[in-house]
Design a protein around this ligand. Structure first.
Ligand code: FMN
Length: 351
């Protein structure tokens, strides 16, 4: 047993929430929702099997129809979706788990086939290259710049999704601000070419993210709102720019003013450094500006995770792929039992 291991010590996230250990299940899209983007009973069982985690973050969940970029993702904008998620939160709470919903809009990472032939929405009109993931031969392409009125609607949609998540029984929401999706597209010069109050300078480029945080915080309480961020450009054809770090510095400092639940690193390799972040890793960069709870993520070993917590490099650690391969990951780590390696073939079932 590892009773003195910091990974297994409880963590007071804030006045509302205590986590039983420092291990978080990272959000992972599984594309297993039913018609009309409704979560299933199998999804409830899948999450309930992982309640040994201190915190579960659900797969990205679309806040409205034009937020979709992958097949069979769950949503949180209809009564049937809220009721479906209620089954998940009931199952998780019955086993004393804590669960946040990741709320998501993919922006330009969508495709007209998901949008009745319309172009994807984005901060600016850009052309994204590459294949649509899980999209059977589809390729990315043009996006359309959102108007100021559409930006207000999007912010309202995030806040409504947060309210719906609470109605569905969630303990909070993690705003998906990472991995090249809509919010991240505002935060990088490569995808934000706006010349109005949402572009052109760090405070303008951070405005959309901050307005989403504020709208969600006012809707459900800041202690139940978190955000995932990818200061390093690494996914969905967002290319780093030396100026990006100033945008994230501004945003992270501004987030210190709100008592949100946490910031979560969006990266898949904790050792990767980024020239645009002054050759820092994503987690180290976030830690240098953000003073609240930080969840690190990205290919951690148990030893690396423990060392990071002991050295105060971060507060909590999220594991993604290991949780798909090992529903009882926390127990295996606690007893130092062998952990099964993730294999992409595991994505075809929802065990
Ligand atoms: C199948 C799969 C689906 C993912 N879906 C999401 C997602 O919906 N939202 C998100 O923020 N990250 C998503 N990620 C990224 C993970 O949350 C995590 O950052 C990444 O897997 C690195 O952690 P790991 O090395 O412990 O797996 C996904 C990763 C995988 C493997």
């Amino acid at each position: 047993m590892n009773n003195n291991n910091s990974l297994f010590s409880p963590y007071q996230l804030n006045q509302a929430l205590v986590l039983k250990n420092r291990i978080v299940m990272a959000p992972m899209t599984r594309s297993m929702a039913a018609d009309q983007f409704v979560p299933t009973a199998q999804m409830a069982e899948y999450y309930a099997r992982r309640t040994d985690a201190g915190l579960i973050v659900t797969e990205g969940t679309i806040i409205r129809p034009d937020a979709q970029g992958y097949p069979a993702v769950p949503g949180i904008y209809t009564k049937a979706q809220i009721n479906g998620w209620r089954r998940v939160t009931d199952a998780v709470h019955a086993k004393r788990g804590v669960i946040f919903m990741q709320i998501w809009h993919v922006g330009r990472v969508s495709h007209p086939s998901y949008l009745n032939g319309e172009l994807p929405l984005a901060p600016s009109a850009t052309v994204m290259m590459g294949r649509v993931k899980r999209g059977e031969g589809m390729t990315h392409g043009e996006s359309r710049a959102v108007t100021l009125a559409e930006i207000n609607d999007l912010i309202a949609s995030y806040a409504q999704a947060a309210k719906n998540a609470i109605e569905a029984g969630f303990d909070g929401v993690e705003i998906h601000g990472a991995n090249g999706y809509l919010i991240d597209q505002f935060l990088h010069y490569h995808t934000n070419h706006r010349t109005d109050r949402y572009g052109g300078s760090p405070n303008n480029m951070a405005r959309f993210a901050l307005e989403v945080v504020k709208a969600c915080g006012e809707a459900i309480g800041y202690e139940r709102v978190a955000i995932r961020l990818s200061p390093g450009a690494y996914l969905n054809e967002i290319i780093g720019d030396a100026r990006d770090s100033l945008v994230f510095e501004y945003l992270l400092k501004a987030l210190n003013v709100f008592s949100i639940a946490y910031v979560h690193t969006g990266d898949d390799d904790n050792t990767r450094t980024y020239s645009e972040l002054g050759n820092s890793t994503t987690t180290a960069f976030i830690r240098s500006f953000y003073k609240g709870t930080l969840i690190a993520c990205g290919n951690y070993s148990q030893e690396g995770a423990k060392a990071g917590i002991d050295n105060n490099a971060f507060d909590l650690v999220a594991f993604g792929r290991p949780f798909i391969a090992n529903p009882d990951l926390v127990n295996l780590l606690r007893h130092q039992h062998p952990v099964q390696q993730f294999d992409a073939s595991m994505l075809s079932t929802l065990y």
